[in-house]
Design a protein. Structure first.
Length: 276
């Protein structure tokens, strides 16, 4: 009697979809995925950052000239640079006026002596001598005062120069530090923006590289869903009955196997004793 066998096969359109999917998958995976286009990248230093480094390097020791100049204002003779060029003219003019007034004073003594009848007498001489001594002392004090006044003004100028240089030496690093900080901050902002652009480009390249795989994955899911819901078709095949010869050969093979197993289980007693 013939034997009939049957199996359920997917519809032809499902087989066509699966075959096309396999072809696409093979072609897509035949070559490796190029990841160089979305490899991590680091944005380089911005020009502002480079300028900040340059300025910071230039600022090292930039205060030293001011400190050196400030020290020069404390040495001997440093006030000379601040002496007024008109100092001597002031002194000469003042002393000339003093001498004029002093001479008038002497003339006044002579007039008084003449009015009192002592002109040319000893009393007039004593008065002139006393007046001259006091006048000379006052003249010297006036001269010293004028010179001291000029020196004091020059000394104040030197002290102010010292303070100015020290202030500049202190302020310069602070001002340069502010510039360095501002440049660094602007540079960091620009670098962050550049890094964000690199990241966006990297992500876009990554999505573009993986898009065929994702699309094929969705396609595979869709095909699987279609195949699970599609009505199957059955294919039957009939196997003819074996001939008597095929049956005998099959039976002989079975008996041969059984006989071989029996020989393995029951050993020849004569051969077993040969070794004893």
């Amino acid at each position: 009697m013939a034997i009939q066998q049957s199996q359920q096969l997917p519809p032809q359109y499902v087989e066509d979809l699966q075959k096309d999917y396999g072809t696409q998958l093979t072609g897509l995976t035949a070559t490796g995925l190029d990841t160089s286009k979305f490899a991590p990248q680091v944005a380089g230093q911005d020009q502002y950052q480079q300028d900040a480094y340059t300025l910071a390097g230039q600022g090292i020791g930039a205060y030293q000239p001011y400190l050196t100049q400030a020290e020069a204002y404390t040495g001997p003779g440093s006030q000379a640079a601040f002496m007024s060029p008109y100092q001597q003219d002031v002194i000469d003019t003042t002393m000339a006026e003093y001498d004029t007034q002093a001479q008038k004073g002497l003339s006044g003594i002579g007039l008084l002596a003449a009015q009192s009848g002592n002109l040319g007498g000893g009393r007039e001489g004593v008065m002139r001598s006393q007046y001259s001594n006091k006048s000379d002392l006052n003249r010297a004090l006036l001269m010293a005062g004028l010179q001291q006044q000029g020196f004091g003004q020059a000394q104040k100028g030197a002290q102010q120069g010292y303070l100015n240089q020290m202030q500049m030496g202190t302020m310069l690093p602070q001002l340069q530090g502010q510039d360095v900080a501002s440049l660094g901050s602007m540079g960091a902002t620009q670098q962050a923006q550049a890094q964000a652009q690199l990241g966006a480009t990297q992500e876009a390249n990554r999505l573009a590289a993986y898009e065929p795989y994702e699309r094929l994955g969705y396609q595979g899911q869709g095909i699987a869903s279609i195949a699970s819901g599609a009505p199957g078709q059955y294919q039957s095949s009939v196997q003819p009955n074996p001939t008597p010869l095929q049956t005998a050969l099959g039976t002989g093979s079975v008996l041969s196997g059984i006989y071989g197993n029996m020989q393995g289980n029951f050993a020849n007693p004569f051969t077993m004793n040969q070794g004893q």
